[in-house]
Write a protein that binds this ligand. Structure first.
Ligand SMILES: Cc1cc2nc3c(=O)[nH]c(=O)nc-3n(C[C@H](O)[C@H](O)[C@H](O)COP(=O)(O)OP(=O)(O)OC[C@H]3O[C@@H](n4cnc5c(N)ncnc54)[C@H](O)[C@@H]3O)c2cc1C
Length: 385
């Protein structure tokens, strides 16, 4: 159990005092990073620093305090026909967290990381000085803060560029792939799509090793929508959230149950290809529809393990997938994607294959992950903090 003192602040002078008084401290947003990166003896919660400071509806430039969530920003910008330039798989994170982890989305190969859309930001560094930085002003601080996991100071304000949309919907294409070779070929063939990601069955061996479903998407235009939605294309019907009220027993998640889930998920798609239009929320944020979804992993929880390997290390990807399939550390959610070029100083993404797995905590999981770490290093890859 980690004990921490949490300090919150709504004005910068309070933050300055907190920073000067604390010996060891770190900024914390929504705490949605999968590890302990936002925990230390002192934690500076940005959640009260959550205002929109400026927005130009003709250019799509928005300026916000760092503790605002992507969820609040989407509520404000989507009805005005703008969207986030990059978004991770949950909207319940702060803008400060998005910059500090330099988050990537399904469009990394086409539009890069969050950092690439940031025009300017303020960072309060250790001695309490507030420094404005950008790709051209104090560029060293800017580069080290994007992906710097809070280690350069507390980001307090971010100005970034949004992207224009016509509707709140996504034109989606889903294609089934029989095995790893086919999914890698498909990822390549459809690389012109803005959004692209594949769910992969990590437990299947033999002929179906690496069977997957590729999910592609583009922001839908008004004419792509069925007529009933064309009257208010930027409004989504309000959906009730489902809640998981208690922890499920962890024995429910085992090799057999996950294999059955994977079989049903793969075969529920009867055709090889489906084309449809879906609201942006289920496309980008499927897990956000279930509050407390993490309880499904039982009280011991789970670990998310994500790595990237250079394209020339395909052999390493096969080795790691085979190790996972034979070892049986079962993952419902396994996501494969190809990252594009990335020239950042310290951010996680680089050109190559990235695989993210949600693995329930079990005896021997951590020694197993150490073995995966060794393979990732051997094949010149990186692990996401
Ligand atoms: C369901 C789910 C899906 C996800 N999908 C993706 C994905 O597709 N791509 C991806 O890249 N990530 C993904 N993530 C991870 C998540 O987007 C990042 O970890 C993000 O940084 C979390 O933001 P947060 O506000 O919760 O920050 P926290 O978890 O509180 O902190 C994360 C890091 O950011 C630092 N930090 C936070 N705020 C500030 C600040 N104001 N100033 C300086 N440093 C700060 C913290 O010190 C810490 O190092 C996902 C997480 C979940 C739960």
């Amino acid at each position: 159990m980690i004990q921490a003192n949490e300090y919150s602040f709504s004005v910068l002078n309070e933050l300055k005092k907190n920073l000067q008084n604390a010996e060891v401290g770190i900024a914390r947003g929504m705490g949605r990073c999968y590890g302990d990166a936002s925990l230390a003896d002192s934690v500076f919660s940005t959640l009260k620093l959550n205002h929109i400071l400026g927005f130009n509806p003709s250019t799509g430039i928005i300026e916000v305090e760092s503790g605002i969530t992507l969820d609040s920003i989407l509520d404000f910008i989507v009805p005005q026909a703008w969207f986030l330039p990059v978004t991770p798989g949950t909207k319940y994170i702060t803008v400060g967290g998005a910059v500090a982890s330099d988050v990537h989305g399904k469009n990394h190969h086409a539009e890069g990381c969050f950092r690439q859309h940031v025009l300017e930001m303020d960072v309060m560094v250790e001695d309490g000085t507030l420094v404005t930085c950008s790709p051209t002003v104090h560029a060293d601080l800017f580069d080290a803060t994007c992906g710097g996991m809070g280690l350069t100071g507390v980001i307090t304000r971010v100005k970034f560029q949004l992207k224009k949309i016509e509707t709140a919907y996504i034109k989606q294409k889903m294609i089934k792939a029989k095995n790893l070779n086919e999914i890698i070929e498909l990822l390549d063939t459809y690389s012109t799509y803005t959004y692209s990601v594949a769910w992969i069955d990590c437990l299947k061996s033999g002929d179906g090793f690496g069977r997957s479903i590729l999910m592609l998407g583009e922001h839908a235009k008004v004419e792509d929508l069925p007529e009933r939605l064309q009257k208010s294309p930027l409004q989504l019907p309000k959906k009730k959230l489902i809640n998981l009220p208690f922890f499920l027993p962890s024995f429910l998640l085992n090799r057999l149950s996950v294999s059955i889930f994977n079989f049903l998920y793969y075969h529920k798609m009867l055709k090889r290809e489906i084309n449809n239009v879906v609201a942006y929320e289920p496309f980008f944020y499927p897990l956000d529809a279930i509050q407390n979804w993490n309880r499904g992993y039982g009280k011991k929880g789970f670990v998310q393990y994500q790595f990237v390997l250079p394209l020339e290390s395909r052999e390493g990807l096969v080795k790691i997938l085979k190790k996972i399939a034979s070892n049986g550390h079962a993952s419902f959610l396994a996501v494969l994607k190809i990252f594009g070029d990335d020239e950042s100083l310290i951010s996680f993404p680089m050109k190559g294959y990235t695989l993210a797995l949600d693995l329930p905590v079990r005896k021997n999981l951590f020694p197993f992950l150490d073995e995966l770490d060794a393979l990732v290093l051997e094949y010149k890859g990186r692990i996401y903090l």
